[in-house]
Design a protein around this ligand. Structure first.
Ligand code: ADP
Ligand code: MG
Length: 458
């Protein structure tokens, strides 16, 4: 539940403060725990710098939105730095529901416990049990499950890829939790690739390369999330290459997730991309309607909420395929029902979900904003897009940018062409038709487009 509230919070504030602030600051921290009795939300930051920044700039934002999402009138926000007083012991800190805290001393102990850092970075809420399996994710699920029971032998590395919000991170943590259950002493390390990059840069700056390598080479399971973020970081890739080889030779399990197939990650050294394919590459697709319904029912059940079949069906239809958004929609429906003291019904779900849609589509969009999102997602610059480059990747990204510009802005074909350095307006029209055709044939591509669109419109 904490996880869901947090996702919902991020979505909400993105509209208020913009995705840049969210990406830079708010995603650096997590809602570690909600103490429903004392009404304290514990927000964990990776270091003192982030903690202090967020504390001084965004405390009010946290108070305002979290109290709404958690359905309380007011709450206190306590910021904790993950590095304050770390101890050897790793404790699971996402305790739900909140424990009763009777004395000041107990409270102090609790805060201390929250501060203890789980060095594996495994989120104990993401387990195999709560992962709903359907045709879209069964291969990835089966492989992840098998790997967690037999480390380093079956598929090494295991590479899971698929669009955003489809359960990759969930599976990665589930592997960690699965391994922990079988062998509590196993050395497990979960890390996102962008944190890996930052850690590496930090290690170079502060002359800690040795410790850096030691940390990563001394594990039984290495779980790297969103590996595409090491693209174009040559030195990091070099370091990672050595870590990979060492672990692989020692038969230590390595698991990656990514938004695309290894060979399709631009700016990734060939020797890495080929290694990523040595084991098993498993993809996750967007879920079918049935799977979406099953997921909604499961989420409601976990939360002890009663979700009628027709409402589940309606919500599943409203959300294209991103499971994170599916969860968000479910939370909104239930929150609205509770706040207005109504039963959950299709009528009510319609009110909640259809309203947010029209609100979103009323926001004006300009081409620069589209390009901005595209640049971030595909890691290419407006210069690349305007260049004459005919490389497959650049052309495709350029087509997508043109498609979205035509679809989301009211600029003419000529204006759009001009923006991308093309004189002829038919180029834009061709690009538009091409992308449209492809999105009709390729569901995953359609999903990527939809995700981008939402990002732009939000
Ligand atoms: P990704 O890493 O692919 O972007 P996440 O693993 O973060 O996606 O999943 C987004 C949200 O959707 C998480 O809260 C996760 O628990 C949930 N989720 C994804 N797939 C499933 C599934 N098959 N069953 C249950 N929950 C799921
Ligand atoms: Mg993820």
């Amino acid at each position: 539940m904490v996880q869901r509230i947090w996702q919902e919070f991020l979505e909400l504030v993105t509209q208020e403060v913009g995705s840049r602030v969210v990406e830079t600051w708010l995603k650096a921290v997590t809602l570690q725990r909600w103490d429903g009795i004392e009404r304290i939300a514990y927000i964990q930051a990776p270091n003192t710098f982030v903690k202090e920044w967020i504390q001084s700039h965004y405390t009010q934002l946290f108070q305002q939105h979290l109290s709404r999402l958690l359905n309380v009138e007011s709450l206190q926000v306590v910021f904790i730095d993950a590095h304050e007083k770390p101890t050897e012991e790793s404790l699971s800190t996402n305790i739900i529901p909140a424990q009763r805290v009777d004395t000041v001393e107990q409270r102090r102990q609790l805060v201390q416990r929250v501060m203890h850092k789980d060095r594996s970075h495994i989120n104990c809420n993401y387990v195999f049990d709560t992962f709903v399996v359907g045709p879209s994710n069964s291969l990835a699920y089966a492989a992840a499950h098998a790997v967690s029971e037999k480390l380093g032998v079956l598929y090494n590395p295991l590479f899971i890829y698929g669009g955003s919000g489809l359960g990759k991170t969930h599976l990665l943590h589930a592997i960690g939790n699965g391994v922990k259950k079988i062998n509590p002493k196993a050395g497990i390390l979960y890390q996102t690739a962008d944190r890996f990059v930052n850690e590496f840069i930090h290690a170079i700056r502060f002359d800690k390369i040795h410790q850096f390598h030691a940390k990563y080479k001394d594990v039984d399971v290495l779980l790297i999330d969103d590996i595409q973020f090491i693209s174009n970081k040559e030195q990091t890739q070099e370091a990672f290459f050595h870590i990979f080889n060492t672990l692989y030779e020692r038969h230590k399990q390595i698991v990656f997730t990514s938004d695309s197939y290894p060979a399709d990650i631009a700016g990734l050294a060939e020797r890495l991309s080929s290694r990523f394919q040595w084991g098993l590459v498993a993809d996750i697709h967007t879920p079918s309607l049935e799977t979406k319904i099953a997921i909604l029912k499961r989420k409601a059940e976990l939360n002890n909420d009663d979700l009628p079949d027709d409402v589940a069906h309606f919500i599943a239809q409203q959300v294209e395929g991103n499971i994170r958004e599916l969860e968000g929609a479910l939370i909104r429906v239930f929150a609205f029902a509770v706040l207005t003291k109504q039963d959950v019904s299709v009528e009510l779900a319609k009110k909640v979900l259809l309203r947010t849609r029209t609100e979103q589509s009323q926001q004006p969009v300009d081409i620069a904003r589209i390009v901005n999102c595209i640049e971030r997602r595909y890691r290419c610059s407006i210069r690349d897009l305007r260049s004459g480059s005919r490389s497959r990747k650049i052309s495709q990204v350029r087509h997508i940018a043109m498609y979205l510009s035509k679809k989301l802005t009211n600029k003419s074909l000529q204006e759009i062409g001009g923006y991308f350095g093309r004189k002829d307006h038919t180029t834009v029209l061709n690009a538009f038709n091409k992308v449209k055709d492809q999105s009709q044939k390729d569901l995953d591509f359609k999903h990527i487009l939809a995700t981008l669109e939402r990002e732009i419109v939000n």
